[in-house]
Write a new protein. Sequence first.
Length: 260
Amino acid sequence: MKKTLILIFCIFFLQTINAQKSKVFVVGTPHTEKKFINPDTLENLLGKIKPDVILIELDSGFFTKDFKFNLEKYPDLLSTNENISIYNYCKNHLLVKVRPFDITGRNEFYRQNDYFNKEKNLFEEMLKLYKKNKLSDTNKNLFKVALKILSQYSKAEVKTLNDINSDFFDKFTELKYSVYDIFIQICSTERKLKKWVEFAHLQKNFWEKRNKIMATNISNFAEEFKGKKLVVFVGYEHRYFLINELKYNESIELVSDFLN
């Protein structure tokens, strides 16, 4: 009898702990419409999960004080898969809360650092040296590896939302971002690319900083809405990093089978 009571108590205790955990669904998605995914795809997924809270890859500057899309200031907000799906879903589910979780000042950072032009120019300059056989043997081999990874990633056969939310694709994306380390190594050891060392480090550092802040923000919202269901819509290339960070949070139950 005593053993039975202890067992019952343990089961009750575990159920109580699990009931307090927030269920977090990290959904990787392309921002623009593809053959295999559009706003309806994500809206249907929301209808299946029935979340209490939806977290979106935007910073708070794109929202009004009551966490509505600031369409007056940013009329083009309704141009991405996740934004459209959330907007439409919330029109019929008024109690669902929406919160931004991206790093504050993301777009300003890109503008101030001329980020995308420099990213393009760095790669093109490196490629030019590679094609002219001007890289050292070590760096030539490293760049070959980087090209192979980027080429295979761009050719990855992605046909469904399941594909980009799979463990395999997460690992593939993580491999893609190892290219940052390759670029740092090449720029640091190649005289003609020394001017790019600072930017090569900036790329990697900002990617990691941004993802870590996003993971922290998700954890904070999971604590604020303890015991609730939270759907996280994020560009699919961030998914691996967020899952790697969040899986150690004992107050979160990561749900991975939401597409089955």
